[in-house]
Design a protein around this ligand. Structure first.
Ligand code: TXA
Ligand code: MG
Length: 330
């Protein structure tokens, strides 16, 4: 298959409109899109990603007005979109437009991506594009054009060329379909940011609680293992991270190829040739995380040591993805 690789939102929008698959960068991660009203095209995304068929896709919109036309938007929903959109917030709403994929579901996840070129493309595509993250199911999302080309060139109809995602992890997902909104997935918009607008915001029950009460997952994505690279992730405190990269703990790693990501070490005499990535802020760590995992897998490393940032503002989404990658969270 020929893949059109182009910065032209009109050309890629018309590919989507005629039933093609297009990969595009959002502010969070790359997405792989199809027209939301074209069931056949949406189903092709599942084949390509090897995605479980019961995990629905996010509908990407170009405007709040169109969301309101397709979905039931409460005053709270509107206020949240006005506050955080375009941006990394996804809302699960009740559907008005029954044709949105998947038709059997009466709820739909919606968001308005930040890059203007992407919103233009969505407009040319007809106003709504279903897209999961552009990665093989179970693998970390992709955040660099070079990685997108490596996996998907020749397998999709188009790739929109625009700046790589600035955030690096997926959007925050919030379910507004019940009286008490539920915080389903953290991103860079955090529980605390939303709680100021939603005093009755609930967290999802833990896996243990869900199992005990036999509650079906509120969001199908929650029951799948996510975001893991091939290399084994080992979570570290600051002290452990410093000891590892300075080679004080060679016993644990002998015979294994390893990489490490964490905050910079002053008086740093460590070379970066082993796949060591130092970051200087939570935002940089978040942006680099998946790209680094992907690089480590290309280098065929066995282990990746990741410094876990402390629990404070700016780390909720990052900590969630680290715990998920280390399979310490479901
Ligand atoms: O940042 C993002 O959200 C990226 C970019 C491309 O927009 N997309 C993304 O999509 O991360 P995906 O498919 O990897 O994650 C969507 C999540 C899944 O956990 C899915 O189960 C949940 O949203 N979801 C989608 N529709 C839902 C619905 N109707 N009810 C509950 N959860 C839903
Ligand atoms: Mg995904």
């Amino acid at each position: 298959m020929d893949t059109l690789v182009s910065p032209d939102p009109k050309a890629l929008g018309s590919i989507l409109k005629s039933g093609g698959l297009v990969i595009f960068p959002t502010e969070t991660v790359y997405g792989i899109g199809a027209s939301s009203e074209n069931e056949e095209a949406c189903l092709r995304i599942y084949q390509l990603k090897n995605r479980p068929s019961d995990n629905p896709l996010i509908c990407h919109y170009d405007s709040i007005e169109r969301i309101e036309f397709h979905c039931v938007l409460s005053p709270l929903g509107r206020k949240l979109l006005e506050t955080f959109s375009p941006g990394p917030l996804t809302l699960v709403l009740r559907k008005k437009n029954r044709n949105l994929f998947p038709k059997e579901l009466n709820t739909v996840a919606v968001r308005i991506p930040k890059p203007e070129v992407v919103r233009n493309m969505i407009q040319y595509a007809g106003g709504v594009v279903s897209a999961p993250s552009a990665n093989l199911s179970g693998r970390p999302s992709l955040t660099r054009l070079e990685d997108i080309k490596f996996y998907f060139l020749g397998k999709v109809d188009g790739i929109l060329v625009a700046p790589d995602p600035e955030i690096g992890i997926e959007s925050t997902v919030l379910d507004l379909t019940s009286d008490d909104p539920v915080f389903l997935r953290p991103g860079t918009i955090e529980f605390g940011d939303l709680q100021t607008l939603i005093p009755n915001l609930r967290r999802i029950p833990s896996l243990a609680e869900r199992e005990k009460n036999e509650v079906s997952p509120l969001s199908p994505g929650l029951k799948y293992k996510h975001y893991s690279p091939k290399a084994k992730i080992i979570l570290c405190s600051r002290e452990e991270f410093v000891a590892k990269v300075q080679g004080n703990d060679s016993e644990v790693i002998s015979g294994k190829k390893w990489g490490a990501i964490g905050f910079s070490i002053l008086e740093n005499s460590v070379s970066s040739s082993k796949g060591i990535r130092f970051v200087d802020s939570y935002a940089e760590y978040t942006k680099e995380l998946y790209a680094f995992f992907e690089s480590c897998d290309k280098m065929e490393l066995d282990l990746i040591f990741c410094e876990v940032p402390i629990e404070e503002r700016g780390t909720e989404g990052l900590r969630n993805r680290l715990f998920k990658a280390a399979e310490k969270l479901s």
